[in-house]
Design a protein around this ligand. Sequence first.
Ligand code: FAD
Length: 445
Amino acid sequence: MRAVVIGGGVAGLVAARRLAIHGDEVVLLEASGRLGGRVARAVLGGVAVDVGAESFAVRGGTVRALVDDLGLGPAVREPSGSAWVALADRTVPLPAGGVLGIPSSPAAADVIRAIDGRGAARAYLDRLLPVLKVGRYDRLGPMVRARMGDRVLERLVAPVVQNVYGADPDAVPVDAIAPGLNAEITAAGSLSGAVLRLRAAAPAGSAAHGIEGGVHRLVEALGERLRSLGVDVRTGTPVIGVHPASEGGPFTVTTGREDFEADRVVLAADGAAALELLADAAPTLAAMRRPVPAGTRAVLLLVEDERLDAAPRGTGVLRAEGRADVTATAITHLTAKWPWLAERAGSGRHLLRLAYRGAEPRGDAVVAADAAALLGLDRLRIADRTDAIWADTVPALAPETIAIRAALDRAVLPAGLTVAGSWVAGTGLASVVARAEQAGRPHVP
Ligand SMILES: Cc1cc2nc3c(=O)[nH]c(=O)nc-3n(C[C@H](O)[C@H](O)[C@H](O)COP(=O)(O)OP(=O)(O)OC[C@H]3O[C@@H](n4cnc5c(N)ncnc54)[C@H](O)[C@@H]3O)c2cc1C
C-alpha cells in the first residue's frame, strides 16, 4: 500500500512509523524546514532545552512504550517538586492530590491556604449534597461551582484548565476534559470523593515524566527510525490539497511541486491547516463552525541568580485571572523541575519559560518583571533569551472542535483517510501518540 502522512509533528512521525512497520510504502510531507512541530529545541547559555513540550503524561503507557522502543527508556526522568498558583492576593502551592485543580480533601491545609476557611467550608458541602443519579454533569465550571463553590472554581480549577488545557471551564464538557469523572461521582457520591478515586486508580509517582536531554530527543529518534524503515521524509513540502478519487481508489495529495498518489492518507497537520485540507474530502466538515485558532508565545530565559537555587515557587506558577500585575499566563522553572537540566546549566544559572497568550512581541522589561513577580522576587536580570511562537493552534477543547471531532467519529471521511494530531486527539503527547498509533494501523474505519 502507498501511504502519505501529512505533517511531521509527533502525530505524523508516530503514524508514519506505524505504517512503515506494517509494510506500507510511506512518504511523510512536512511543511516547515524541520520535524517535530510543537516539540522543539533551542540552545540557551550553551544548554539544549525544550521550547515546546517538555514532559509526557504517563497515563495509558503509550508514550513510554514508544520511548522504550526508540531506546530512550534509560533517559526517562521524574520531575522534582510541584506547581504554585498566583492568585490576585497571594501566591500559594497548588494543593496536592487534586484533579484539574479540584481538591480531593476540601479541608486540607493547602486548600485552606488557597481559598481560606470560608471557601473550604463551602467546598466541604460537596460531601453533603446529593449527586445526580440520573444523567451526567455537563460543563465543568457549573459543576464545580454548584458542588464546591466559586472559590474552588476561580482560584484552583480555572488556572489549571485555562493555562494547561487552553480551555474555558464554563464551556468545556466534563466528559471531554475529564473522561471517567462523571462515573466516579456517581460511584463516590461526591466530587471530592470522585477525585480521590481517580487519584487512587492512577499509577504511583508523578503523572508526567521527562527525558534527560529534552523531550525533543524523541523527535530526533523518530526521525532516525523513519529513515531506517525506509520512509521518504520530505521537509519544506507543504501540502495544498487532498483529493479522493470520485469512484473510491487512490487519493491525490498535491504540493506546489509534486503530486502523490496514495491508497491511504494520514492527515496529521495541526488543526487550522487540517481543516483547510479536509474541505474536498469531507465537505460536511467544511460547512461546520470552525474553532478560533489561538497564538501563543513561549519566552525562554537564562538568568544568573542564586536566589532561585532554592526553587522558591517549585516547578513554576500558573496565573489566576485577576492577578493584575502579571501579563504572562504561566512560568515554568525548568532547572528546578528537571535536576539533570540544573546540572547542565551549572551552579546559580537558571532556565525559565514564560507562556503568553497571543503571539505579539513582549519586551525584555515586561518579561523580566513578569518572571520576577511570579517567582516572588523584586527584580530579575535576563542573561539570555529566546522566543518561540506557536501560531494558529486550534484549541482541542473548544466546543466547535469537539463538534467537528464528533462528526469525524461518525465517519464522514472517505475510507483510507484518517485524521491524527492534537486537535482531534486532545492536547498533550499521551493523547497525540495514542491516536496516531491508531491512525497508522491497517483498516482504521
Ligand atoms: C509551549 C508548549 C508546551 C507544551 N508542553 C507540553 C508538555 O509538557 N507535555 C505534553 O504532553 N504536551 C505539551 N504540549 C502540547 C504538545 O506539544 C502537542 O500536543 C503535540 O506536540 C502536538 O503534536 P501534533 O503532531 O499533533 O501537532 P504539531 O506538533 O503542531 O505538528 C503538526 C505539523 O504539521 C505541519 N503542517 C501544518 N500544515 C501542513 C501542511 N499543509 N503540509 C504539511 N505539513 C503541515 C506543521 O508544520 C507541524 O510540523 C505543549 C505545547 C506547547 C506549544
